[in-house]
Design a protein around this ligand. Structure first.
Ligand SMILES: Cc1ncc(C[n+]2csc(CCOP(=O)(O)OP(=O)(O)O)c2C)c(N)n1
Ligand SMILES: [Mg+2]
Length: 314
């Protein structure tokens, strides 16, 4: 993935998420969703550093990770619309999408739920010696779950090829990290398990990409897991309809100054990779891709009620 592709992908993810927030307000999609506006550089920077054979797992805030990994925006949107053409045939919605064919082993509505799951994928890679690295995304809130500590201990003990990527986006629902973490530097927790912990500017596409590439190589070389903290900011509310009463509009305005897309665009223009005109064209293409996805989803059939008991595991 070159930097122009990365920029296009980040724009598409942003526009996809903005569309979802709008579609909820208009009552065109149901249920709930958590958007990743402001965190696009983590998703795309990570995806840009991985190989085809690698794997990813995500959280409740996972559309960006999935799209960055190569998911079809049409099928992601169709899943949000509850249509048969969606990734889970319209039965799961926002937090229930996966596609093993692109090494994407799913989202998880349980805070911290993906941490042991990703580690299982990494155990499989180690036992079968596939050279696959698994990236496990989770949030600052999830890093307070017991399962985070249990899993890091085991992954470190067994030297599993898993890159734990914690997106420290400033909040767990309405709780700011300063009120939820005794030590706000999540990367420091790595030392408890004798593994490397690194903190990186999660709004800098290049920093994320290079850091993931460097530490994925460590995992791939059999030297065990690494904990990578990407410091970012959740520009969106926690989930749809969040009035964001727990933070000020001034704080948000300051965070928008650090918008990862704006930063990448400024950098690419400064080094001559991108012009105003090309940026405009790329954004228009990204918007067309999202509009196509909405059209595809809305024109897709709802699941047949007679198929309700298919694909059930109980
Ligand atoms: C086991 C469990 N506890 C609580 C919740 C409710 N919940 C959903 S998202 C969330 C906050 C997660 O915060 P963080 O891990 O920082 O992720 P972010 O939402 O910031 O991406 C909580 C507590 C849940 N889904 N699962
Ligand atoms: Mg968080």
């Amino acid at each position: 993935m070159d930097t122009i592709q990365a920029y296009s992908l980040m724009c598409m993810i942003r526009l996809f998420e903005e569309a979802i927030e709008r579609l909820f307000l208009e009552g065109r999609i149901m249920g709930t969703a958590h958007t990743c506006i402001g965190q696009e550089a983590v998703a795309v920077g990570t995806a840009a550093a991985l190989e085809t054979r690698d794997a990813m797992t995500t959280t409740h805030r996972g559309h960006g990770h999935f799209l960055a990994r190569g998911a079809d925006p049409k099928r992601v949107m169709a899943e949000l619309f509850g249509r048969e053409t969606g990734y889970s045939r319209g039965r799961g919605g926002s937090q229930m999408m996966m596609d093993p064919s692109i090494g994407f082993f799913g989202a998880n509505g349980i805070t911290g739920g993906s941490i042991p799951f990703a580690t299982g994928v990494a155990l499989d890679a180690k036992l079968r010696d596939t050279g696959r690295v698994t990236v496990c995304f989770f949030g600052d809130g999830a890093s307070n779950q017991g399962v985070f500590h249990e899993t890091l201990n085991l992954a470190a003990l067994w030297k599993l090829p898993v890159l734990f990527v914690v997106e420290n986006n400033g909040y767990a629902m309405s709780t700011p990290t300063a009120r939820g973490l005794a030590n706000p530097h999540i990367a420091d927790r790595a030392s408890a398990y004798g593994i490397t912990g690194v903190s990186v500017d999660g709004n800098d596409f290049f920093a994320v990409r290079d850091c993931v590439a460097q530490h994925a190589a460590v995992c791939r070389a059999g030297q065990g897991p690494v904990l990578l903290e990407c410091v970012t900011y959740r520009l969106s509310g926690h989930s749809r309809g969040d009035p964001r009463v727990y933070r000020s509009r001034e704080e948000e305005a300051a965070a928008w100054e650090n918008d990862p897309i704006l930063r990448l665009e400024t950098r690419l223009k400064a080094d001559g990779t991108l012009t105003d005109a090309t940026a405009k064209t790329l954004r228009e293409k990204a918007q067309a891709c999202v509009d196509d996805a909405i059209r595809f989803a809305e024109s897709s059939p709802l699941p047949d009620p007679a198929s309700l008991q298919e694909d059930l595991f109980a």
